[in-house]
Design a protein around this ligand. Sequence first.
Ligand code: AKG
Ligand code: FE2
Length: 313
Amino acid sequence: MGSSTLPKLPVIDLSSKSLNLNSSSWVTKCDEVRHALEEYGCFIALYDGVSRELRDATLLASQELFNLPTEVKALNVTATPYNGYIGQQPMVPLYESLGIEYATTIEGAESFTKLMWPSGNQSFSETVLMYSKAVAELDKIVMKMIAKGYGIEEHYESIRGSTTYLLKPTKYLRAQGDEKMLGILPHTDKCFMTYLHQDEVNGLEIKTKNGEWIEVEYPPSSFVVMAADAFMAWTNGRIEAPTHRVMMTADKDRYVLGLFASIRDHIIEVPPQLVDEDHPLQFRAFDNYKYMQFYYTEEGVNSECPIKTYCGI
Ligand SMILES: O=C(O)CCC(=O)C(=O)O
Ligand SMILES: [Fe+2]
């Protein structure tokens, strides 16, 4: 209803045929990425690095995962809060997710698979590894473009090797009744960057700077690229992590594949190029994983802007 008058997220073509590293169109595209992120904190990327077959296989693998008994899924316990199994939460009864830590490594994919299927499930492990690696390539492209857009390539180079990826298959049950139901509460992500992909069921909503909710519609082969809190601090607040939520209708269950990039064992500092008279330093140096731990303390959860509470100046 009236959705045609609402703003839409920018769509940026990052498919291989549209990226030519040597042309001036590359520079233009880097600026496009930077501006979309500065305005919305996110954008929709058209990306052909994940084939239709791989995407379908990964969504199918995630259905297979959610079909496991709850007591098996609950074995996925992690040191980082909320990376493990989440389900049956009274505030968001439709929501269920499982985090696969270090999903771009054979060890990460295999140890998770072994936990869920002690007698083995090679195709699951291979599929999630292949999918995570393919989406991590999109992260590399996006980060390279942002670094170029701000002229901070060298600074980014120093944290690039410290990026780790969590793959989080997520399931939302369809709502009961005619009213829309909350799938996930409004929040910002606590990692560095987020890459979301979904089946054909919509539900994600992004809050604009004016406080309007944009209902995201994914074109085929697209990903939502979203800045998270650690990225906001790294960019000295130039790019804000957008508040987002999921609203479910009674239509169909919804499956989402989120790949979350975080920076491990590296202290994140604002690049000096992003500090000037108009943009005084807003964040102290910090550790992404310690920040994620902080977020789930009472102080973190109750804070209006936890990243500012944690390392804001
Ligand atoms: O389901 C979605 O589209 C968003 C999921 C999300 O925001 C999250 O897992 O942090
Ligand atoms: Fe999120």
